[in-house]
Design a protein around this ligand. Structure first.
Ligand code: ADP
Ligand code: MG
Length: 247
């Protein structure tokens, strides 16, 4: 079973200390939610996990199946099985969506040779399910995509690339109710296949459909509260102030 183990992680960006001490373990088949008010370092954690070059790790470790990821390149981390769906996915000019996914898949799973037709057929089937028109296959990544289309494409990547541990950063923002339901269905399906999820969100909205088993609250770069799904419901009702005064 796969396991992402984050221990005493501290990180800075532009000389500013954002993550101060984060420890968190996500195992295959588990759904975790990372909640917290705006600006507390949730997206920073996502970027640090996948090795974004702007972020400096000051201390701590990030292990996937016992292998240290700190110091590794983003592509090595992806190959190890880590995937991040971005809060704000960016356009990539001149790179076709279909070619991108095919190349990424081959890089992540070099030992598997899926015939191209089979791969594209599977891609089309997933696109249909997620609600992305087939014509998007030949479009440049995220160029001219609406917010919701970008989010759906993140989900398509998630299901096509078959990572071991998936971090979803505010996947619910910009999604309408139908898309949210589809996303929740995909997450539930993958969760049953031994994939571990860390769902970053400041709303309870998406969690209603997903029902995470573990909820962690990040404030000022530290995990200050942990609990089950009931914690997310309490946050929905009462906000974060009570946690802040406790901490
Ligand atoms: N590239 C950056 N340069 C300077 N400050 C940044 C940068 N990225 C994030 N920050 C700051 O780090 C803090 C945490 O941001 P972020 O991780 O995006 O929070 P969250 O996702 O929890 O809303 C914020 O104060 C933000 O302004
Ligand atoms: Mg964020």
């Amino acid at each position: 079973m796969s396991e992402l183990k984050i221990t005493n992680l501290a990180a800075s960006v532009e000389g500013k200390d954002i993550l101060k001490d984060v420890s968190l373990t996500v195992k295959g088949g588990e759904i975790h939610a990372l909640m917290g008010p705006n600006g507390t370092g949730k997206s920073t954690l996502g970027y640090v996990l996948v090795g974004h070059p702007n972020y400096t790790i000051k201390k701590g470790s990030i292990k996937l199946d016992g292998v240290e990821l700190v110091g590794k390149l983003p592509e090595e981390r992806a190959r190890a099985g880590l995937f991040l769906a971005f809060q704000n996915p960016v356009p990539v000019q001149g790179v076709r969506l279909s070619a991108f996914l095919r190349t990424a898949y081959n890089q992540l799973h070099p030992d598997e040779k899926i015939p191209i037709k089979e791969f594209y057929d599977s891609m089309k089937a997933h696109m249909k399910k997620i609600g992305i028109d087939e014509s998007f296959m030949s479009r440049s990544i995220n160029e001219g995509f609406s917010g919701g289309e970008r989010k759906r494409f993140e989900i398509l990547q998630m299901v096509m690339l078959r990572p071991k541990i998936i971090v979803l950063d505010e996947i619910d923002s910009g999604l309408d109710v139908d898309a949210l339901r589809i996303v929740a269905e995909e997450i539930r399906e993958y969760h049953s296949q031994d994939t571990g999820f860390l769902i970053i969100t400041h709303y309870q909205r998406i969690l209603k459909n997903i029902q995470p088993e573990f909820v962690h609250v990040l404030m000022d770069g530290r995990v200050v509260k942990e609990g089950g799904n009931d914690l997310s419901l309490k946050i929905e009702d009462e906000g974060y102030d009570w946690i802040r005064s406790e901490a």
